[in-house]
Structure formats: structure tokens, C-alpha cells
Design a protein. Structure first.
Length: 508
């Protein structure tokens, strides 16, 4: 487990650097709480003030990083004798500093203001199925992010620069190679599944499920998995998310009265994010050793809990009675039927967060391709709905009838988060490799899940992933946890075996 570096042997410049970094972290975490409030609790007309508040904190954070002597301290530490953990802290701060120092504070502030204004515009556009209400702010985001990338590295593909904002330790080329392998395996598999004659229990949870009771079920789900309520809470948000620190990692979910599994898996997914945050070492709060290792690793934790645990037959053997306690109309559903319902591959799903485990990745690829065209200038914002619908028809065989179920369904572009989406699929791939390693190390993990015992899995993930914070870069962390390089093989073997058995596929 990562432990706090000894301050007795640390150079004076290192101690001063850490103090400044902790101050920046506190400003950013305060902004995070305001961001959570904006999505969960803030009155509808609070945006003008909240926009200015978040913009000010964003500017302060940027100024503290680039104008408070951090560059001089990093120079002083260039040849210092540092421990491995101290060197990791300096490496991570240097990366952030070098990017930030190239970007004017005014641009950082403008991006923050645009994000605050875009969020309510997106909510309104989605509610009213009117892309034109969001389009001007999306266009502004695209312009600002091109300018942002230009400042950081004018010689690089701007999308590559933006991808590094979320995944700085994985080359975009490596990410694309992994995504290509996923696409090449899943496209024919999905076609074969749709042509199969397997009769899964897809309507096992048909009916109407009260939203208030779904919230109680979500709380029971978190209880089952071991969520520490003294360090978190659950709320409702239009687009589920998790945010916070190891002392306060909150989750959100959402409900559909006709789809109780959607809330269950959304809750488990966000629990995975929160348990990563909770697993970061308390004593490293405010430093890179107390921060998650970027989004692919973060997503690996949510997808591991959602798919490898929550969608497993073992999980439903112990969780189905809990579900039935909340919804008696499902009292006749069997474990096998629940497992099949949890893993059906949809014929006509349009919504990413409601997608099954396989077609989910086609949703990601569509967004990835559209983002690249937007940033490169090969696609105008006004044409996004039509291109989006065309790609859904091409890749998934369905065409959205409204923008609300099409290009307005995701929140990410309202934040200006271009380069974010690939990390979802990369995280799923990583989850399979990590879970396979955990199965090797934990005696009868499947049996433990069947009994509702998750302590060993929590401890394995904390020891091998969470406790390191940003000590290791992404590829090195995967090697440290699994003993092997980050590859797509484990994910491809996992989905081939699982769905081959479920759908009796010839390729299995």
C-alpha cells in the first residue's frame, strides 16, 4: 500500500511543493462539491451565480498552479534525491504544470463559464427535444477546446491533446489499437447473436416499478456491496455520476418505472467509481498519491463491479431475494431468468447508459468518431444530429426518432469533455484483465460473490489498484496488478465465453 513519503528525508523544495499542491487540490475539490450541487440540489435558476463561482475557482486553481512558484520548485527538484513515491508526485505535478502553463488563465476561465452555461442549456434542450438550444454552446466548446489544444501542443493532432487530458499515460495509438480489436470481435458477435434463435428471459422484470421503491432498492444494493455511508450518500441526477474524495465519495442514479435493472446497474456502476475513491489512502489526501490514476482505470473499477460482479449469475443467486423483497411482482422470477434478463443483447437500444454489455461499445465508437470529426473541423455542429442518426443506423441498426434519445442523451459535451468517451471501453477491457487476476488470487471468488461476501475483492482491488493513487502510470499499474501488459485478450475471451454460452453461438 502506498504510504506517505517521509518528510524527514524530503528536500525542502519537495515539502513546499506538496503544500502548494494540497492547496490547489482543496480549491478543485471545493469546485467539485459545487458541481455536484449544480447537478443534484441547486435551484433551476441558480446558474448565473454558480457559473461565476465555478469560473472563479477554476481561474484560482490555474493561477495557483502556474503563477505560485511551482515551476521554480520543480526545477529545484530536477536532480534531487527522491524516493520512488516522491518522484511520482513530482512527475505528476510536472505533467499538470507543463500543460497548464501553456494555457492562458482567461481561456481556462472562459471554458469553465461555458461549461456552467452549457449544462442547463443541455438539460433544457434534452427535455424539449430541441438541439438548437444546445448547439451554440456546443459550438463554443468546440472552438475553445481547439484553442486549448493549440496552446498545449500546436504540432499535435488536437484530439490527441484532448484525449491526454483524461488519459495522459496511454498513447492514443495504443488506445485505438485496443478499440479496433474490440470492434473487430464484437461486430460479428452481435450480428450472430441477433441471428440466433436463443430464447432468453428478456421480460423477466416486465411491469411497473415505483421510483421511490427503486431508491430503497438502490440503497439495499449499496448495502450489499459494502458502501460506507459515513463517507458518502446517494441522490438522483439526470445523468448518473460519482464524485468526491476518499472522505466523501457520493453516488447518483436515475430511475425508469419500466426498467428496474437500469437503476440497479447504474447504482452498481457508480459504486465502483466510489469504492475506488474511498480506497485511496487517507494520509495522501491532496497529493497525486491520493488521486485516482485517470479515467481508464477509474472506469475499470465501475465496469468490474457492474459487469463482472453485478451481471454474474453468482450475484443474482444472492441478490434476487433482496430485489423481490422490494418488488413482490417479481417473486416468481428465477435466478436463471434474472441472469438472462441482466445480460440480454438488445435489438433496438438507443441509449448508451441503458445499453447491454456488448452493444455499449458501439455507442462509444460512434461518439469517438463524431468527436474526432468535430475537433478536426470535418463536421459542423449543426450537422451532428443527422450524422449521429446515420451512424446509429449503420452500427446498431436503429435510428433515433428524436434528438433527446440521440445526440442530446449524454452530458459530457456540455462539460466540453472531448476525448473522454474512449476511456469507457478502455476501462471495460481493463476490468476483465483485473478481474481475471483477482480470480487467480482469491480463493473461490465466484462462491464468495454467491454468498454476498465482497471483503476479499475489496481488499484485492484496494491493495493492487486503489492504494497506489498515481504512483504508477497506467500501463505500469496494470503490470503491477496483473503481472502482464495491458491487452484486450482477457476482455475478448470473457465476452466470447459468456455470450457464447448464453446465446449458444457457433463461434464460442
Amino acid at each position: 500500500m502506498a504510504t506517505e513519503a517521509s518528510t524527514e528525508s524530503a528536500p525542502e523544495a519537495y515539502d513546499e511543493l506538496v503544500a502548494k499542491v494540497k492547496r490547489i487540490s482543496n480549491v478543485q475539490n471545493a469546485a467539485g462539491v459545487l458541481g455536484w450541487d449544480q447537478q443534484v440540489m441547486m435551484p433551476d435558476e441558480g446558474t448565473p451565480a454558480r457559473s461565476q463561482q465555478l469560473s472563479a475557482l477554476s481561474a484560482i486553481s490555474h493561477e495557483l498552479l502556474v503563477e505560485d512558484g511551482i515551476g521554480d520548485l520543480l526545477d529545484d527538484l530536477d536532480s534531487a534525491d527522491l524516493s520512488e513515491e516522491q518522484a511520482a508526485v513530482v512527475r505528476e505535478v510536472r505533467r499538470e504544470f507543463e500543460r497548464a502553463a501553456r494555457v492562458p488563465t482567461e481561456l481556462v476561465q472562459e471554458i469553465s463559464e461555458t461549461s456552467s452555461e452549457a449544462l442547463p442549456a443541455w438539460k433544457e434542450a434534452k427535455a424539449e427535444n430541441d438541439f438548437s438550444k444546445f448547439a451554440p454552446l456546443l459550438e463554443r466548446h468546440v472552438e475553445l477546446k481547439r484553442e486549448y489544444a493549440e496552446h498545449i501542443d500546436p504540432d499535435k493532432d488536437p484530439y490527441e491533446v484532448l484525449f491526454a487530458e483524461f488519459e495522459p499515460c496511454l498513447p492514443l495509438e495504443q488506445a485505438e489499437e485496443i478499440l479496433d480489436e474490440v470492434r473487430e470481435t464484437l461486430v460479428p458477435m452481435i450480428d450472430e447473436i441477433r441471428e440466433s434463435e436463443s430464447d432468453l428471459a428478456t421480460d423477466a422484470f416486465a411491469g411497473t416499478f415505483d421510483e421511490d421503491e427503486q431508491m430503497e432498492l438502490s440503497r439495499s444494493t449499496l448495502d450489499t456491496l459494502g458502501y460506507p455511508w459515513e463517507r458518502g450518500r446517494i441522490d438522483v441526477a439526470p445523468h448518473p455520476f460519482s464524485t468526491g474524495t476518499m472522505f466523501d465519495a457520493r453516488v447518483t442514479t436515475r430511475f425508469d418505472e419500466s426498467d428496474p435493472l437500469g437503476a440497479v446497474f447504474s447504482t452498481i456502476h457508480e459504486f465502483g467509481h466510489a469504492t475506488y475513491t474511498h480506497g485511496l489512502p487517507d494520509e495522501q489526501y491532496g497529493t497525486p498519491l491520493g488521486e485516482a490514476r485517470d479515467l481508464s482505470v477509474h472506469e475499470s473499477q465501475s465496469r468490474l463491479w457492474e459487469n463482472h460482479v453485478g451481471r454474474s449469475q453468482a450475484f443474482w443467486q444472492q441478490f434476487l431475494p433482496t430485489f423481490q423483497e422490494h418488488f413482490s411482482q417479481s417473486e416468481d422470477v428465477t435466478v436463471e431468468e434474472a441472469y438472462e434478463a441482466a445480460n440480454q443483447v438488445y435489438e433496438d437500444n438507443l441509449i448508451r447508459v441503458e445499453a447491454d454489455e456488448l452493444t455499449y461499445h458501439m455507442h462509444i465508437i460512434i461518439r469517438f468518431e463524431i468527436e474526432r470529426m468535430l475537433i478536426s473541423g470535418d463536421l459542423d455542429v449543426e450537422d451532428v444530429p443527422e450524422v449521429w442518426n446515420d451512424k446509429y443506423e449503420e452500427y446498431l441498426g436503429v435510428r433515433p426518432e428524436t434528438d433527446s434519445e440521440g445526440c442530446l442523451q449524454d452530458i459530457h459535451w456540455s462539460h466540453g469533455n472531448f476525448g473522454y468517451f474512449p476511456t469507457y471501453s478502455l476501462g471495460s477491457v481493463m476490468a476483465a484483465q483485473l478481474f481475471a487476476a483477482a480470480e487467480e488470487d482469491i480463493d473461490d471468488l465466484d462462491g464468495q460473490i454467491r454468498e454476498g461476501e465482497f471483503d476479499d475483492l475489496h481488499e484485492w482491488l484496494t491493495s493492487n489498484v486503489h492504494s497506489h493513487g498515481q504512483r504508477y502510470e497506467t500501463n505500469d499499474l496494470v503490470v503491477e496488478a496483473t503481472g502482464e501488459d495491458f491487452v484486450a485478450d482477457y476482455f475478448l475471451d470473457y465476452v466470447t465465453e459468456k455470450y457464447g454460452e448464453l446465446y449458444d453461438l457457433d463461434s464460442a
